[in-house]
Design a protein around this ligand. Structure first.
Ligand code: UT7
Length: 345
């Protein structure tokens, strides 16, 4: 059915993009709510009741985003039985690259020895993993690539102001990676939606360090190299776009809300997830949650939650998974995927 030759790879319309392996990595150091009480004017009770977060991980001084990405990627490659030199493309989704350039993806490419892979970073805030999945799917579906590695990795502690109680209680460090390859229906990515609203630029941003406002002693003195966020506005955005993203993806796929076995939302705040669950009329049991242990890890949050749920057996071969994210940009997006299908290439 519907075959055509593109490069060296034959495209078959019955083929899909499946996850062959998944890996996660988090730093060892834990920052608790009690420790935060001694850093800013807050309480353990406030943080827990307003966010659901109990602790988050903080990267060691020598640990950069690419180091976390490397650990997660090695685990994903091992699980998928794919060697680094088989990779055609590496995407790193991050808002905390090792440096402005070169890309963290190139640093990861060298560290893995992925000598045959192209590599680039993708910046879509907390929606980075969902964006990267959608981009990877295009490369696989077109036949340009056979194996694509996505690493979503963050060291948000490096851009967090630990004197700002509005933000420092939320963020943590970590990484998740997936290796994608070609599989067959019914497994793999079924439908996806990506959206953006650039009007929300200043609701969540790091003002200095780019070409608009280059880093200087003054920008550092003014704390402009840190995350600035209007949390309650981002909260409202999140709860309004989650149902919209899900509707779009379900409509494209012809599937219904009841068909979904697991919802993996961006792990920003338990109250955002609770509000979404209520609006969608779904069961809390279907929602994968790990924000109590890691806080908000931006692009890494979905693959980290997904990886843990696969590891502990909650997500099984054949399960239908809805991933939904929202974040800086502002951006939003969702991917519907049926888990499994590795080995069917
Ligand atoms: O990853 C995607 C991007 N980020 C998000 O999705 C974050 C979304 N937003 C949120 O999670 C929530 O808005 C926050 C957790 C950030 C804040 O919760 P909120 O219920 O929206 O609080 P608020 O910002 O409206 O502030 C309420 C009060 C304020 O005091 P006043 O002005 O009412 O006296 C804040 O100063 O809570 C105060 N406050 C705190 N109090 C104790 C803010 N942070 C803290 C704190 N401890 N850490």
């Amino acid at each position: 059915m519907g075959r055509q030759e593109l490069g060296v790879i034959t495209i078959d319309q019955a083929m899909t993009s499946v996850v062959l392996g998944i890996g996660t990595a988090v730093p060892e150091k834990i920052l608790t709510n009690i420790e935060l009480e001694s850093m800013v004017d807050t309480t353990e009770e406030w943080i827990l009741s307003r966010t659901g977060i109990e602790e988050r991980r903080i990267a060691a001084c020598a640990q950069a985003t690419s180091d976390l990405a490397l650990s997660a990627s090695k685990a994903a490659l091992e699980q998928g039985g794919i060697s680094a030199d088989q990779l055609d493309l590496i995407l790193v989704a991050t808002v905390t690259p090792d440096m402005i350039f070169p890309s963290t993806a190139c640093i990861l490419q060298r560290a893995l020895g992925a000598v045959n892979a192209g590599a680039f970073d993708l910046s879509a805030g907390c929606t980075g993993f969902v964006y990267a999945l959608t981009v990877a799917e295009q490369f696989l579906a077109s036949g340009k690539c056979r194996y694509v590695l996505i690493a979503a990795a963050e060291t948000l502690s490096r851009i967090t102001n630990y004197e700002d109680r509005n933000t420092c209680i939320l963020f943590g460090d970590g990484a998740g990676a997936v290796v994608l390859g070609r599989g067959s229906k019914p497994y793999g990515i079924i439908s996806a939606y990506l959206g953006a609203d650039g009007n929300g630029e200043s609701l969540l941003y790091v003002p200095a360090g780019g070409s608009r406002l280059p880093a200087s002693p003054q920008t550092v003195a003014d704390n402009l190299h840190y995350i600035h966020m209007q949390g309650n506005e981002v909260f409202k955005f999140a709860v309004s776009v989650i149902p919209e993203c899900i509707d779009r993806v379900l409509n494209q796929s012809g599937m219904a809300m009841e068909d979904v076995d697991h919802f993996v939302f961006h792990q920003a705040n338990r109250r955002i997830l609770q509000t979404a669950v209520k609006r969608l009329g779904i069961s809390w049991e279907k929602v994968i949650v790990n924000l109590e242990r890691y806080g908000n890890v931006s692009a890494a949050s979905i693959p980290l939650a997904l990886g843990e749920a696969v590891e502990d057996g909650r997500i099984k071969e054949g399960d239908l998974i809805m991933m939904v994210a929202f974040g800086a940009g502002l951006t939003m997006g969702a991917v519907l995927m049926r888990w499994g299908g590795a080995g069917n290439d």
